[in-house]
Design a protein around this ligand. Sequence first.
Ligand SMILES: Cc1ncc(COP(=O)(O)O)c(C=O)c1O
Length: 446
Amino acid sequence: MEHTHRPQRSNAAYARALDLIPGGTQLISRRPQLYAPGLTPPYAARSQGARFWDLDDNGYLDTMMCVGAAILGYGDEAVDAAVIAQIGRGTASSVSSPLELELAEELVATIPCAEMVRYCKGGGEADAIAVRIARAYTGREIALFCGYHGWQDWYLAANLESAHVLDSHLLPGIQPRGVPSGLQGTALPFAYNDLASLEAQLDRQRGKVACIILEASRGAALPAPGFLAGVRALADAHGAVLIFDEVVTGFRLAPGGAQEQFGVLPDLATYAKAISNGYAMGAVVGRREVMQVAAELFISSTYWSDTIGLVAALTTLRELRRRDALNYVGELGKAFRERFNAAAAAHGLRLRAEGLPQQLAIVADASYGDERRSIKDFYVQEMTRRGFFTSFGVNLCAAHTTADLDLLDAAWDEVFPRLAAALVAGDLGAQIETTPSVDAFKRQVG
Ligand SMILES: Cc1ncc(COP(=O)(O)O)c(C=O)c1O
């Protein structure tokens, strides 16, 4: 199963890109240095189902799936057919498409908190819109946040206070260069599953908090009993708008996202990624009273009306339902979790796949200490060699099959004994032939 050659063409192209494209990629999570640099292909020539092929035509079974966006799989026949038909009718005009209405009706029918809808093209944009609406609605300025919410000024302003505020939410040591210093104090953190830390911030900033924004769950991090209901109650008590960032959880955990899964309703929620199976699309939804304020705000962009994203989203949502795809992905995720955990345990490894089956994370036990980085690097290196594009965040999709799990299982059977032996021998570092990976997102964000 091991590939006989490296992704040479992809690596050469990436070397050229570094000269033309600052940072090499548009999304941090696409940087090969986050995986097994040199082995991980920076480029795909094509993708289909749960696989992609690099510029040397090496194929990879993908468990990242476009950072979770391709929930139905790459090149889904139904979504692509709808997009192609839409291209035939026109992708844009000088006025809006009725698809905007059709999708709004679908979202309102599917998402528990949704009464009104606005569109955009991505998750960070959706979050920025939601925070703007919340600030306008409340007439207040402070956003309390937990987790990752995009690249915009409102969020990175958190690090104006110190370059370490976002360390546990995003990445260690982000310098907020380019973010106006006047925004200092407008985005403040609280800790996940820690109501006391949220309450302390609300007390400290009494009467000034516009919104509380968080991911209801993320990978292995699941809400403790009462946490989300407690956040809801605190938001109400302090007159703050509650925003669930459902960019990852939306159309993955359940059709209605984390709010359906956990039974707590936010005022606003943001969506991107899986909403449109790999086509550019984002949405902000929420309670009428709050959303209505957007009518008076300047929130406006040309391509937010693009019909491709609209039709891709509409078709993705309908196909998810028609195929009962999230249940299928959930069953597959359970099997992944069981098989991974059994394989790891069989080799005496304290590695576990955890979290909800639609969005798993592999966790190396804390007792491994500093070796955890090397464990991940070795795992990624050896799985990449065997034709997998995989890491410690796992996003399965409707195009994965039990046969794919068999392939993974066979690879684990080869990789885990070597990992276990290297740990016992204490020479794991020496077995990592690629340069050590760098942190993408501390919380495995895409
Ligand atoms: C929870 C969350 N919010 C927002 C974003 C930003 O979304 P986008 O990359 O579409 O701007 C991400 C991206 O990974 C995310 O995971």
